[in-house]
Every structure is written in structure tokens, then in C-alpha cells.
Design a protein around this ligand. Structure first.
Ligand code: ATP
Ligand code: MG
Length: 246
């Protein structure tokens, strides 16, 4: 099987005065179509750095990011935007819905950028909202919905263009525990339907809902394997060795 996402020795470095910050440090990994992967790690471990690279919002300082066979590092800004529209559906902690558009219009926006006709946009948006059980809220404004419902709108928006990858960055960060479970359940359903999902979180109890965990620490991968293996929950080598711990 050809991998959907491949990081080959990906690094992202920032020169801050005299210090070199290694936000991503020689990361190699592959994600196959249909996988549900959680990228987990503490604050500052490099999650957003990886998410920005996977989401074609940023490019590595060195190493290669191959997305469905295409070397993303070689693309210019316009090409990055195009591949982003075609290949990726984003879900963020803060939903990022447009307040002056209805639920239906919000879901149609990325389909417009993808160049679909008005009729096709409407059809796909209605289908996606049906999938997240919001068919009865099409003409509501975002502020008329609960947080969980707003997040479901943003999931519908991510889904509507049928992207190769759904990229969710702390999608339950603003939700209570019951609503969080609903949203995570929805991601699991999408996974069962064959979608590829990359979930970014600092929270182990959320990461375990994925089938595979990639754990980052200080910009590098300290674990990559099944989510249900005991090693998946080993938080830090420093802690195990009894060494200095920040
Ligand atoms: N633009 C930048 N310039 C300098 N350093 C940066 C930049 N972006 C990130 N870093 C550094 O890279 C490291 C990883 O940052 P990143 O944002 O990827 O962490 P994170 O795992 O997403 O953390 P959080 O859970 O707090 O969001 C941090 O030490 C951060 O300070
Ligand atoms: Mg972050």
C-alpha cells in the first residue's frame, strides 16, 4: 500500500538568537489510508509544528514531506493552498465558523474554494450535515447552536469536500466531557467509514480513542505504535530514568 503521508527525516528549526530551537527533530513516519492516528505530546513537544506541516500550512526546514506521492516541500504558496483545499479537512478547537453565515453556508465555503457549482455545493453540504445529524439546523446561525453542535458543523465542513485526510487539532478542547465523547465517537464512526484521521492532542485519554499513537517529546518521536499497548502511555524517558524533569 502506498502511504498517504510520509515524513522522511523531517525537521523544523528556528534560530532564536544564539539558540537553535528544534520544533521538529528528524521525524520519520508514515500514515496509510484509512488509519486513525493520534499525535500526542506535552505543550511544546512539536504537535502544532507537525500539524502545520501535515496540513500544508508550513514546510519543513529539512527532510521531505510526501503527501500522496507529492513532495510538498517543493510547492509554492498557491500550490500549497490548492493541495490543502483538495486533500485536507480541518477541525479546530475553536470551530472557526463564520458568524454571519448560516450552518449550511459555512459548510459550503470550502466547496466554493474547491470550485464546485452552487448546486453541487448545496448537495454535498446537506449530505455532510446529515452525517453529523444536523439536518434540522441548516438555516440556523452558529451562535444559535451549542458548542458540541458547532463542532459538528465544523466536522461537516471538514468532511464535505471528501478530503483524503481529516486533521483535527484538539477538537474537544472547548467541550465538556459528555460532548467530547460524542465528538470523539463521531470521529470513530468516520474512521469506520474509511476516512483517514489525524488527531492532535495533549490529552492521553483522548489519544487512546485512536488506533495508533505517535508520541512526541522535544520535537522527536518517542513512541509510534498501537494505542492500546502499555508503552503508548509512557509519557517521558526522563521520568523513567529518574532524571531532570521540567
Ligand atoms: N515560529 C516559531 N519560532 C520559534 N520557535 C517556535 C516557533 N514555533 C514553534 N516554536 C517552538 O517549537 C517548539 C514546538 O512548538 P509547537 O507549537 O509545535 O508545540 P505544541 O506541541 O503544539 O505545544 P502546545 O500543546 O502548547 O500547543 C516549542 O518549543 C516552540 O516554542
Ligand atoms: Mg500546539
Amino acid at each position: 500500500m502506498i502511504s498517504l503521508i510520509a515524513f522522511n527525516n523531517v525537521s523544523k528549526h528556528y534560530q532564536m538568537g544564539d539558540t537553535l530551537v528544534k520544533a521538529a527533530d528528524d521525524i520519520s513516519m508514515e500514515i496509510n489510508p484509512g488509519e486513525f492516528v493520534a499525535i500526542v505530546g506535552r505543550s511544546g513537544s512539536g504537535k502544532s509544528t507537525c500539524m502545520n506541516i501535515i496540513g500544508c500550512l508550513d514546510v519543513p526546514t529539512s527532510g521531505e514531506y510526501i503527501l500522496k506521492g507529492e513532495n510538498v516541500g517543493a510547492l509554492n504558496k498557491n500550490e500549497l493552498a490548492e493541495i490543502r483545499n483538495k486533500m485536507l479537512g480541518f477541525i479546530f478547537q475553536q470551530y472557526n465558523l463564520l458568524p454571519k453565515l448560516t450552518v449550511l453556508e459555512n459548510v459550503e465555503v470550502p466547496l466554493m474554494y474547491a470550485g464546485l457549482s452552487k448546486a453541487d455545493r448545496r448537495k454535498k453540504a446537506i449530505e455532510a450535515l446529515d452525517m453529523v445529524q444536523l439536518s434540522d439546523k441548516l438555516t440556523n446561525m452558529p451562535n444559535q447552536l451549542s458548542g458540541g453542535q458547532q463542532q459538528r458543523v465544523s466536522i461537516a465542513r471538514a468532511l464535505a469536500g471528501d478530503p483524503a485526510i481529516i486533521l483535527a487539532d484538539e477538537p474537544t478542547g472547548a467541550l465538556d466531557s459528555k460532548t467530547s465523547r460524542d465528538v470523539l465517537g463521531l470521529l470513530q464512526e468516520l474512521h469506520k467509514d474509511g476516512h483517514t484521521i489525524v488527531l492532535i492532542t495533549h490529552d492521553n485519554s483522548i489519544a487512546v480513542t485512536a488506533e495508533r499513537i505517535i508520541r512526541l517529546e522535544d520535537g522527536y518521536v518517542i513512541y509510534d505504535g498501537p494505542a492500546d499497548a502499555p508503552e503508548a502511555m509512557v509519557i517521558s524517558h526522563h521520568v523513567l530514568e529518574g532524571g531532570a524533569q521540567s
